[in-house]
Design a protein around this ligand. Structure first.
Ligand code: CA
Length: 491
């Protein structure tokens, strides 16, 4: 305990560095009912984040093609969520929200970072995007360090200026609270598929080394995998195994290369679970598995969900989530409560008994669901906000989920005042979002739209003004920029 109280003073050091001060939240100060830090050390945390893995690409959600025995083991020995959501339908915004407990709209990270796009023929303007996760933000890793945790990052960061990661560079994981860091990027198209193309083996090996090195102190092991992001590639013999499993060749629901990629990641997850057993750490380690957004629809049908990555239909944001903590979380339990990536900041702070959170926090503590104390938690609504033209052809959208109602707002049409700006679905009856009820229920559309607009104002979300020169000059017919005047002194 002495160690813990000594470190508890440290949040005020963090507080001095941020424009969003940490405040004490008394609701978080009481550790969960079965936890007594006077007699044991705080739990280790292993957070495994897969990339672009769809809701239907795990065995425990019913797939008999994709083999995920170790992810399924986490679900079987712990709790799984049928309505877990990514904070966004693309990489960087979800990661920013996961690390900070704050909505991507607050960070102004609403599309993936270091993206260059041609935006000059759109009728509404995109808001300014942050160039990285601000150093002033307080991350989960920084918070856990104040309690003496060892912090390790192994894999895909995607919250920096670009992917030229190097030791000591600002905005890379070392500057955001991680002490042991391995960063990797996705392979080039011509990479040798048999040479650990997506670094899944390396991520596993380094994470296990980190766990072994820190077995005698609390640790936070963050494993953001590249699986199952494009480019799809894996060892030919493993791909062949899944080709033999194909019942309907060409079926977009079953991709043999993705099957092989997921198996390699899942095998590594099994090695991590075995390491925890071998070191006698399993009982005091919470293991979380989640995906950062839905699967890419062009490669993988997200049935029964509509759409996929980059979209705000369920296929883009509803993801697998399961959590294991032997002796604390009831094995085989599940929850249908909607939860979201940015809930993990306050939840983990509650679990470790560190009652400080940023003053403007968007996630809520979902630990009562994990502990089986309650079946429902109160939340006014869930929101998504992506005021960007995605390069995969998805337009700017904003969403509110209120109870089982979900309103999707087309931000271009909202700004221009053109018809067809709204889609309204009842997810309890229509998980596939097939029946747009917006025209049938205008009063509900109006109420949800007003709630969404109010929330956007509250978090300072980027809005999309109409271009002053819309309709535009024809940039296609006039591709040459006007000649610049000569520099002084030049001929
Ligand atoms: Ca992703």
């Amino acid at each position: 305990m002495k160690l813990r109280f000594a470190f508890l003073l440290c949040p005020f050091v963090v507080l001095a560095a941020t424009d969003d001060p940490l405040i004490e939240d008394s609701r978080l100060s009481r550790p969960g009912p079965m936890l007594d830090w006077d007699n044991q050390r705080p739990p280790n945390i292993v957070f495994i984040l897969s990339d672009d893995q769809g809701w239907n690409q795990v065995g425990y959600h019913g797939s008999d093609f994709y083999e995920t025995p170790n992810i399924d083991r986490i679900a079987r020995e712990g709790i799984h969520f049928s309505q877990a959501y990514a904070s966004a339908s693309i990489c960087s915004p979800t990661r920013a929200a996961l690390m900070t407990g704050r909505h991507p709209a607050r960070h102004h990270i609403t599309v993936h970072l270091s993206l260059t796009r041609d935006l000059f023929v759109k009728p509404v303007l995109e808001p300014i995007q942050a160039y990285a996760l601000a150093l002033e933000e307080t991350t989960i890793a920084e918070m856990l360090k104040t309690l003496g945790y060892a912090t390790g990052h192994f894999g895909k960061w995607h919250l920096s200026l670009n992917k030229e990661y190097r030791e000591g560079r600002i905005f890379d994981p070392e500057s955001q609270g991680f002490d042991t860091v391995y960063t990797s990027v996705k392979p080039e198209e011509d990479h040798d598929p048999s040479a650990d193309a997506h670094n899944a083996d390396t991520i596993t090996r380094l994470a296990i080394q980190f766990i072994e090195d820190n077995r005698d102190r609390p640790f936070f092991c963050y494993m953001p995998h590249h699986v199952v992001h494009r480019p799809l590639m894996e060892t030919p013999d493993l791909v062949a195994k899944y080709e033999r499993k194909l019942k309907n060749p060409g079926d977009p629901v079953e991709d043999p290369v993705m099957g092989a990629m997921i198996e390699r990641m899942d095998d590594g997850i099994g090695q991590v679970l075995d390491t925890l057993e071998r070191l006698d750490l399993a009982e005091n380690t919470i293991v979380i598995f989640m995906s950062d957004n839905g699967g890419y629809e062009a490669l993988q049908d997200q049935a029964p969900l509509r759409g996929g990555k980059a979209m705000l239909y369920e296929g883009g944001i509803r993801v697998p989530l399961c959590i294991r903590w032997p002796g604390v979380i009831q094995p085989g339990s599940h929850s249908d409560m909607p939860v979201v990536s940015h809930d993990f900041f306050p939840t983990l702070m509650k679990i470790v008994g560190l009652p400080y959170v940023p003053a403007r926090l968007d996630g809520i503590d979902i630990s009562p669901l994990l502990f089986g104390e309650v079946e429902e938690i109160e939340r006014e609504a869930l929101y998504w906000h992506q005021p960007n033209y995605h390069h995969q052809g998805v337009g700017p959208q904003s969403v509110i989920r209120w109870g089982n109602w979900k309103l999707i707002v087309n931000l271009e049409r909202e700004a221009l005042g053109t018809p067809g700006a709204f889609e309204l679905f009842n997810l309890a009856r229509d998980i596939g979002e097939e029946h747009n009820l917006a025209d049938d229920m205008p009063a509900l559309v109006e109420e949800l739209h007003q709630r969404l607009l109010e929330w956007r104002k509250t978090v300072g979300a980027g809005e999309m003004p109409v271009r002053k020169n819309w309709p535009p000059y024809d940039v296609i017919d006039d591709p040459e920029p006007p000649a610049l005047p000569p520099l002084p002194g030049s001929r």
